[in-house]
Design a binder for this molecule. Structure first.
Ligand code: HEC
Length: 122
């Protein structure tokens, strides 16, 4: 095997390992989704909710929030039955989530909308 090939193999192995052993520490706030990539809760949605909603929607919920948003089921349920997307999308600052504003950046709202369109991949 040529040196170059060994390097390529090592790099590939590394890349694969990174995908397999994704720890929460590796997650950064998603701002751009590569074209064609499906949105999933664990890779894209969770970090947005964690950073913007858990002050109140923790378990148990704080500050008068009616429910937690700490796991896949809770977040999915809030999209399907509690109007989550409407509440993050609204321009009405008296009801927008996160409560009290500011409204989430549009690209983050788009990710959550796309998650629903892609069928709530976990
Ligand atoms: C500062 C505290 C706070 C933060 C941060 C917050 N919420 Fe809320 N949320 C509330 C409170 C209080 C209510 C219930 C009162 C209301 O509807 O205004 C609520 C209600 C909701 C509801 C409606 C629940 C129902 O059944 O009526 C949804 C959905 C929701 N929040 C989603 C979110 C999302 C998504 C985020 C993050 C982007 C978020 N919230 C951030 C306090 C908060």
């Amino acid at each position: 095997m040529k040196i170059k090939n060994i390097y390529t193999t090592l790099l590939l192995a590394f890349a694969l390992m990174n995908c397999t052993f994704d720890s929460p520490d590796d997650l950064i706030e998603v701002t751009e989704i590569p074209e064609g990539e499906m949105i999933s809760y664990n890779n894209h949605v969770k970090i947005i909710i964690d950073n913007n909603c858990l002050n109140c929607h923790s378990m148990p919920p704080q500050n008068g929030a009616p429910m937690g948003l700490v796991n896949y089921q809770q977040v999915r349920n809030a999209v399907e039955n509690r109007g989550l997307i409407g509440l993050i999308s609204t321009q009405d600052l008296s009801e927008v989530m996160p409560l009290g504003g500011p409204r989430l950046p549009q690209n983050l709202i788009d990710i959550i909308v796309q998650w629903q369109l892609d069928g709530f991949i976990e």
